[in-house]
Design a protein around this ligand. Structure first.
Ligand SMILES: Cc1cc2nc3c(=O)[nH]c(=O)nc-3n(C[C@H](O)[C@H](O)[C@H](O)COP(=O)(O)O)c2cc1C
Length: 188
């Protein structure tokens, strides 16, 4: 009898701790190719930060990819992005990700015309954010987080959205140790 009780206690403890385990996910959009101040890059600036976060936290990484890729040349990309923003477009994305099993979501993007890229609106609006802790990070080349603190708070309804951590794209691309320092606040 005592063995049975002990066995039940072990099963209960194991299943309870497995159920309580917090799961983290990194959702990132990043544009490789020609970019401002870093030249032509194989891995985008924001993706570089996402890779550091993945390595430090063990969180799973999901990349948002638009169904129609943005051009790799900077000027063409900025023109299309501006047109999409003016039109309030919601560009289709290649693949979706079920976020329901994750408590903490790192959310990464480059600043495009002061805001999140429109394909990130597509992703946000397809999901239920209530109860999630969202830890946003972005890269930029001068405008900091732009208006994205506001955007994320108004679109991710019911989530606890932390303040955006903003890092220069050139730092993210070329200086891993400075990037780690910049991310220290969200890697705790
Ligand atoms: C379409 C587009 C719009 C951009 N708009 C801004 C902006 O408003 N403010 C800013 O500081 N940087 C802007 N940038 C620069 C990017 O935010 C910066 O290069 C970023 O690090 C790119 O990250 P990624 O390589 O992950 O895409 C823009 C870049 C592109 C391609």
């Amino acid at each position: 009898m005592r063995t049975l009780i002990l066995a039940l206690a072990i099963v209960f403890t194991l299943s309870f701790s497995a159920g309580a385990e917090a799961k983290s996910l990194i959702i990132v959009f990043s544009h490789a190719g020609e970019n401002y101040s870093v030249g032509n890059v194989a891995v985008g600036n924001t993706m570089k930060l996402a890779q550091i976060i993945a390595a430090k936290t063990g969180a799973e990484l999901f990349e948002v990819k638009p169904a129609k890729e943005y051009p790799s040349t900077y000027d063409e990309c900025t023109d299309i992005a501006k047109r999409e923003q003016n039109a309030g477009a919601r560009p289709a994305i290649l693949e979706d990700k079920d976020i329901s099993g994750y408590d903490t979501i790192y959310f990464g993007y480059p600043i495009w015309w002061g805001d999140i890229p429109m394909c990130m609106y597509t992703f946000i609006e397809a999901h239920d954010w209530s109860g999630k802790t969202v830890i946003p990070f972005c890269t930029h080349e001068g405008s900091g987080a732009g208006r994205t603190d506001r955007t994320l708070n108004s679109t991710m309804k019911g989530a606890n959205v932390r303040k955006v951590t903003a890092v220069r794209g050139s730092t993210a691309q070329n200086n891993p140790s400075a990037s780690e320092r910049a991310l220290a606040g969200i890697l705790k």
